[in-house]
Design a protein around this ligand. Structure first.
Ligand code: FES
Length: 121
C-alpha cells in the first residue's frame, strides 16, 4: 500500500492505491485548509485552490492533473491559485484532485509564493 508522509505534521499513513489525497488527509486528522478556509472552501470540486499541497517527493506517484486542476492552478477560478504555484509549478497540487498511486511526501498549507523566480523575469 502506498505511504503518504505529511512533513509538517510528521505523520505517515498508508492508503489504498488510487486514494484521494484530501480525503485521506482528513481521515488522518491532517488539516489541508489554512485559516478560515477550514470552513469556507469548495468541497473538493477543484475550484477554490485552498486544499493545495506541495508534493516534495513522489510527484510521479500522483495522478496527472486534470483540466479542472490545471485551470484552477492557473487562476481561472481564483486568482490566488496562480500565485500558489509560482516557482513550483510541477509540485503544487490540489489535494482534492490528486490520487495517490505510490509513496509521496507532501507539505500541507504551503506558503504563498508572491514573487516566484519566473514571475518577475
Ligand atoms: S477543496 Fe477546493 S480546490 Fe480542493
Amino acid at each position: 500500500m502506498p505511504k503518504v508522509k505529511f512533513l509538517n505534521e510528521k505523520k505517515e499513513i498508508e492508503v489504498e492505491q488510487g486514494a484521494n489525497l484530501r480525503l485521506e488527509a482528513m481521515k488522518a486528522g491532517i488539516e489541508v485548509y489554512p485559516g478560515i478556509h477550514k470552513y469556507v472552501h469548495c468541497p473538493g470540486f477543484g475550484m477554490c485552490t485552498t486544499c493545495k499541497v506541495h508534493v516534495k517527493k513522489g510527484q510521479e506517484n500522483c495522478s496527472k492533473p486534470g483540466i479542472i486542476e490545471r485551470l484552477s492552478l492557473k487562476g481561472v477560478f481564483n486568482p490566488l491559485g496562480f500565485f500558489a504555484r509560482l516557482g513550483n509549478e510541477d509540485e503544487i497540487r490540489l489535494s482534492c484532485q490528486t490520487c495517490v498511486n505510490g509513496d509521496v511526501e507532501v507539505e500541507t498549507q504551503p506558503p504563498m509564493n508572491w514573487h516566484g523566480e519566473k514571475f518577475w523575469n
